[in-house]
Write a protein that binds this ligand. Sequence first.
Ligand code: ARG
Length: 457
Amino acid sequence: MALWAGRFSKEIDETVNAFNSSIAFDARMYKHDIQGSIAHAAMLGKCGIITEEDSRIIIKGLGEILEDIESGKLEFDPTAEDIHMFIEAELTKRYGDVGKRLHTSRSRNDQVAVDLRLYLRDEIAEIRGMVHNLCEVLVELAEKNTETVMPGYTHLQRAQPVTFAHHMMAYVQMFLRDLGRLDDTAKRMNVCPLGSGALAGTTYNIDRELTASLLGFDAPMANSLDGVSDRDYCIELANALSLIMMHLSRFSEEVILWCSWEFKFIELDDAYATGSSIMPQKKNPDITELIRGKTARVYGDLNTLLTMMKGLPLAYNKDMQEDKEAIFDAVDTVKLCVKTFIPMMETLSVNAENMRAAAAKGFINATDCADYLVKKGMPFRDAYKISGTLVAECIAKGLTLETLPMEEYQKMTDLFTEDVYEAISLETCVKGRLSQGGPSPDAVAVQIALAKAQLEA
Ligand code: ARG
């Protein structure tokens, strides 16, 4: 018999019950549901809405239920409507009328809203720790590779020289922003809907400040209609998670490229790659491809939430039960991906020689060749044209700017002297890029120091 059976003359149809039930996916919030109920019961007792004695029994009973769930003694009833009804019914089974007093001055609408905030607050803290850890791993990788010259690309064409450290630190910046977004989300969502009731508050003399502070919220939510119908925090979180996935996915794409025989810039540890069922030579970067693929589902989750909310009148509507599977899936997926990505990055080996060899091809010092003339007084546009003409000549003759004879240089302008070879050497090109944020080892050392300070803060 449902807890709401009073108004009904029939049992709910079995198919409808199964359709309506959310326990299959909201049972994971059991701990937070109990946490919320304990705070509510404590407040009811303090405010004299139920007796102190009943409050004490309820709190004790909820603690016992929590223990029994965790020890496996109490199993979730798959026919229960949701985790909230299940726990309340269990409390009543154990403590009769006292259990029936728990839901005084509360609705499942504010209950589920508080549970979800509590649950996601913990998940955000966990994801935050994982992304933080990822940043540390990348900083470490950067520290080992400040001199590892590689080509930087635009349009996936070799462009100008950078280092592997510089490249890693770019991702660190992205993930640091992700941490900031998680913090913003956590901060904004840390307000308490409990006491909003079904939608219109309550006639009981409740203390919302008390429940909010007992549950570690910064304040009660200011409006009860908003309290039960706000899911902005789910959407904000799904957005932050989508950006994490976007960053992981771009990174994955690069790892996939770098593992290919065409690049061979890195090699994944055997424990973090997979083979083929037919091609004995294959070593596939499946992890990164899966991350790239799973990015789609997190974007999908974000879209589900946005679309689910877009036409809903105030206040609670059952549509909102759909929030959970979407946000849980996004949370689970990000955790799974980061957890796998970290050790993969920790164990990969860097092929510095191949990176350097690739950087030595593709005329990535052509800008430096032009800059050489600019430093001797030539306007940049003229210098650019000369450098481009020399590149075309090299391509025609199968040479590089480093191997092009001096007389060819001097045919263009007598500003070129022997020191041009030094000026366009890869080392000079990288070390000379000292500008703030640039790839020179010194400039990257500053980036590393700043990132470390941010990570420690
Ligand atoms: N299982 C519901 C949900 O997840 C709980 C709230 C239901 N409230 C209601 N009045 N039907 O949204």
